[in-house]
Design a protein around this ligand. Structure first.
Ligand SMILES: [Zn+2]
Length: 236
């Protein structure tokens, strides 16, 4: 089985990162995309074959240096979060729009975070045609369909295994086989039965098994299709 964790963050020492990548490989997670969004997270992507760099909603309104996108697979994570930071809404939209334009000019896919910001997210994606991944999807099936209509890949995290996450399970069933991805979003959001631990890419196995069951398929088949989807989206 070959799994692709399309979204993990690394902020530890190089040794810690290397050890986590090794444990992932031993668990069948042969590919990982290291995702940035802040200065330290962007730095944590260095050395990865698949990496995304950019500026997330927490950097909105700041004076941000230019990044070198040479060899980068995607721009991210970028996007909007009105759950934690409603007060910076205007600045978040401005930064998000700027990076969508940048990704388009570079011909790169984007990795988008969106929480409690459905309307602004859809509005900006309709204004600035983009392609890529909606990461750690936690919205309604309706929002999911709107994003699928815009051509996006939907990435499901370990949240889908949480007891209270009925809407994520409903949304995960709305996504067709050729549009679904899986991710850990580690070090956050460890899936059941690892909840309470720091998350790491090796744990994506639990999310893959859970989703395969939910979608009534074999985990080997689900691993193959999500890996193929990721390679197609990020460039094999
Ligand atoms: Zn993330």
């Amino acid at each position: 089985m070959e799994l692709f964790d399309t979204h993990a963050h690394f902020e530890g020492t190089p040794d810690e990162t290397r050890a986590a990548v090794e444990r992932a490989h031993d668990a069948g997670v042969t590919r990982i995309m290291s995702v940035g969004g802040s200065e330290s997270l962007n730095k944590g992507t260095e050395g990865f074959r698949y990496r995304a760099i950019g500026w997330d909603r927490d950097q909105a309104g700041r004076d941000l240096p230019k990044l070198d996108y040479t060899g980068v697979a995607a721009v991210g994570e970028i996007g909007l979060d009105y759950h934690y930071s409603p007060e910076t809404r205007a600045a978040q939209c401005e930064l998000f729009a700027r990076q969508l334009e940048l990704a388009r000019s570079l011909g790169l896919p984007v990795v988008i975070h969106t929480r409690d910001a459905d309307d602004d997210t859809l509005g900006l994606l309709r204004e600035i045609p983009s392609r890529g991944i909606i990461h750690c999807f936690t919205g309604t099936p309706r929002f999911c369909r709107d994003l699928l209509d815009l051509g996006f890949m939907i990435s499901i995290s370990g949240i889908v295994t949480f007891r209270a996450a009925e809407n994520v399970r409903e949304s995960a069933l709305v996504v067709p086989d050729d549009r679904i991805l899986i991710e850990t979003d580690s070090p956050f959001l460890a899936p059941v039965p690892m909840r309470g631990n720091a998350n790491e890419p090796a744990f994506i196995v639990h999310t893959a098994r859970f989703l395969a069951d939910l979608r009534n398929t074999q985990v080997e088949d689900f691993a193959r299709l999500t890996t193929d989807n990721a390679l197609r989206t990020l460039g094999g």
